[in-house]
Write a protein that binds this ligand. Sequence first.
Ligand code: FAD
Length: 303
Amino acid sequence: MFKQIILGVGNNSLVSRTVQQYGMQMGAARFVAGSTLSQAIAAVKELNERGIAATLDHLGESVTRIEEAQAARDSYLAMLDAIAKEQVRSHVSLKLTMMGLGISEEACLGNLLEILDRAHQYGNFVRIDMEDSHFTTATLNMFQKVWDKYPENVGVVLQAYLYRTMEDLNSLSQPPKNFRIVKGAYQEPASLAYPSKPDVDDNYVALVQASLQHGNFTAVASHDEVVLGKVVRFLESQHIPQSQVEFQMLYGVKLSVLEDLARRGFAARVYVPWGRDWYAYYLRRIAERPANLLFFARSLAKR
Ligand SMILES: Cc1cc2nc3c(=O)[nH]c(=O)nc-3n(C[C@H](O)[C@H](O)[C@H](O)COP(=O)(O)OP(=O)(O)OC[C@H]3O[C@@H](n4cnc5c(N)ncnc54)[C@H](O)[C@@H]3O)c2cc1C
């Protein structure tokens, strides 16, 4: 319900204007590493010094013009160049609707292939984020297409709240691939997604276990310490090598828990978003946790 209200409120133009005007001072900065690439690279360097890798995301989604998608592609090419030049430990995460998926699948594929080609040259990696369920099938199809050409350089995200995901995982895992598993951040109808959180949590653990058993490299992207405990116990009881798994968290959330996992020898990575287009991303972070809204409301009251 809370999630529905917050994500719905995002369509209200007065609220959008207020949040866009004051949001950075009122909490968005906690979740966003900066508005420029150099600020984001500085944040990655700090994480690297703490033994944690990053994945950089230039914020933006749902572009409506081909030129915007091309600009997004160029920004990702520049990001891969900067990662190589600055010698930081980071790969990149992108959204296919930012690459033009909603306008032309052909143009989106062309942009994605250019980015993957650059990542391949550097021996780097591109994670395709998962968006709302309108794009699930198209995103997975696009992933399959590019995986044939760049199996070492691309992975995709699977969302535990969708009923379809176990089937997607089973069919995509032949041969094994590289998946990030998340609970899911968008507002979805009960016809497509588990409405109850305990069901999502159970499916999350089941998906991680199935993914590991298929031999996939599995990025466990969650801040849920109960879930993380279950995953660690499963890894130990099944003698799954640490090289098959990585733990991932969002910039600004529970870094100490991730550092603890890193100290125990697990690979750890933080998702580092940057850029001016932080509004939709910020609303999803508020929707995940009511306390974030209280923080936001208090800052608003102080103005
Ligand atoms: C690296 C990474 C990449 C992601 N990529 C995608 C993607 O491509 N597509 C997609 O749909 N979703 C993505 N997500 C978001 C994900 O789907 C969830 O919405 C989000 O991670 C919250 O779920 P949780 O697993 O942390 O568990 P929850 O049960 O929601 O949270 C567990 C605990 O973590 C803390 N927490 C969780 N979220 C926040 C927050 N925003 N602020 C402060 N504390 C918080 C709270 O203490 C909470 O009690 C990603 C998440 C991560 C970590």
